[in-house]
Design a protein around this ligand. Structure first.
Ligand code: BG6
Length: 467
């Protein structure tokens, strides 16, 4: 629909950027930190691990100065579970102090902190003790962890995020502590049990947050990839709708309504992987909906119906090209891709915002959006016009949505500073600030502002007038 647009973003709009602890901090053997499951994963050949990352653990003050200069009015980061509770049970004061200093520096700098409680970093000790999220004991340990954060930081942190991309997390076995050999029916059943336990845990933490921190707001984080039908065949539209249900909304339906949606329920029943649930848990979820929804958006998908007529298990890959009997991913001549084959479709962000609001009627924060690229340092400069183009076109869609009346109250580019990409190490960079290292050579880890840094600074200062 053609419509009039706001001239600038609202005065209280949160212009932010984000990181996560394991991707940026390093110092994994320092400050009494315990072992997280992914610390043990052997990186692909030639790709770095997380032991030094961007060295934010030692340089967070310098990094916050750079945020201030950029004009960020909010910063999203995660708290390492194993810095606070190295064995999942006992508090490590050094870990508490680290985040206390970080949060204080942010608030002193006029930057609103927004904290992800759990971003892909699970204590190995809890996997050893009771198999992590497969056991109900995991719920209480997560609630205990969150409660410690609320009581220590709740005076300064008003925005909280429960679990980063639970929808994707369950497809990355090493991040939840499932053994790599676990496959097939066993994997699928266990993933559904873990999903259910995480939803119950998130509901309990939502309840606790509201009790412990007056006025605080808390949300789940979803990574939707809104589907475009591959053709005007009605079955492609139905397959697109089913793709959205099974890849994203199934989780929000549990978080926001305490319900398994019909398509998701049937999917689980047909494959005999429906987890054990109970009425008290479902009521707890229903009674404790989030205050807003956090959306991480990178790409959309183009979807066609799968012509194979059979019931099959999906498998544990994050991106499957075909869910037998339901949908398959199709090519789309209108949508370019990144160097890693991720679709670039800014309109997809608008579609996600419209769909999510129409379904849940909750305000939204865009908590991740950005471009992973091979950046080149040339004569001390990084000319990342491709990133400026990507972010400006996505942010423009957010402006459009606000103009239409959709309640989006902030945008966090991914990422503030270069960090270790989960699968691609330092090759795939996302930051506004370059970190001078590569996979094999730590160099001097110095910080260099990219062209996109200056562009975002101007955009924030002008409140997106040019978008
Ligand atoms: C998001 C995660 O799904 O994708 C981030 O929350 C991650 O942690 C980002 O870095 C980009 O993914 P990748 O694999 O390119 O690092």
């Amino acid at each position: 629909m053609y419509h009039k647009r706001i001239e600038k973003f609202p005065d209280d709009f949160l212009f932010g950027a984000g990181t996560s602890s394991f991707q940026v901090e390093g110092g994994i053997k320092e400050g009494g930190r315990g072992i997280a499951v992914h610390d043990l994963k052997k990186p692909k050949k030639g790709i770095t691990d997380f032991s030094v990352a961007s060295d934010h653990y030692h340089r967070f003050e310098e990094d916050i100065e750079l945020m201030k200069e950029l004009g960020l009015n909010s910063y999203r980061f995660s708290i390492s579970w194993v810095r606070i509770l190295p064995d999942g049970k006992n508090i490590n004061k050094e870990g508490l102090d680290f985040y206390n200093r970080l949060i204080q520096k942010l608030t002193d700098s006029g930057i609103e902190p927004i904290v992800t409680i759990y971003h892909f970093e699970y204590p190995k000790a809890l996997v050893d003790k009771y198999k992590g999220w497969l056991s109900r004991e995991s719920i209480e340990d997560y609630v205990n962890f969150a409660g410690i954060l609320f009581s220590n930081y709740g005076d300064r942190v008003k925005y909280w995020l429960t679990i980063n991309e639970q929808d994707h997390l369950l497809k990355i076995p090493e991040r939840i502590g499932f053994p790599a050999e676990m496959t097939g029916l066993e994997y699928e059943r266990n993933a559904q049990t873990a999903n259910y336990n995480m939803c119950v845990a998130a509901a309990k933490v939502t309840e606790l947050c509201h009790k412990m921190i007056p006025g605080a707001k808390i949300a789940p984080i979803i990574n939707p990839m809104p589907a475009i039908p591959a053709s005007n065949l009605p079955d492609d539209l139905i397959a697109s709708m089913e793709f959205n249900e099974l890849s994203a909304y199934y989780m929000l339906d549990l978080n926001c309504r305490g319900k398994y949606s019909p398509v998701y329920r049937k999917y689980l029943e047909d494959r005999d992987i429906f987890p054990e649930i109970n009425d008290d848990d479902m009521k707890l979820m229903k009674d404790n909906p989030p205050d807003f929804i956090a959306v991480n958006y990178y790409m959309n998908q183009t979807i066609a119906v799968s012509s194979i007529k059979e019931i099959a298990l999906r498998g544990k890959e994050v991106f499957v090209s075909e869910e037998v009997g339901i949908y398959k991913i199709a090519k789309n001549e209108y949508i370019p891709q990144t160097d890693w084959g991720w679709n670039i479709c800014p309109e997809g962000l608008k579609i996600a915002i419209m769909e999510i609001y129409n379904r849940y009627q909750l305000p939204m924060l865009i908590t991740e959006n950005g471009l992973g690229a091979y950046d080149k340092l040339e004569n001390g400069e990084i000319h990342d016009s491709y990133r400026i183009d990507y972010i400006s076109r996505h942010l423009s869609q957010v402006k459009d949505c606000i103009s239409l009346g959709f309640p989006v109250f902030g945008y966090y580019a991914w990422s503030f500073i270069d960090l270790v990409s989960g699968r691609e190490g330092m090759d795939k960079r996302y930051g506004f600030v370059y970190v001078n290292r590569d996979n094999d050579d730590l160099k001097d880890l110095s910080r260099i502002k990219k062209d996109s840094y200056y562009w975002y600074k101007k955009t924030i200062a002008e409140r997106g007038q040019d978008l």
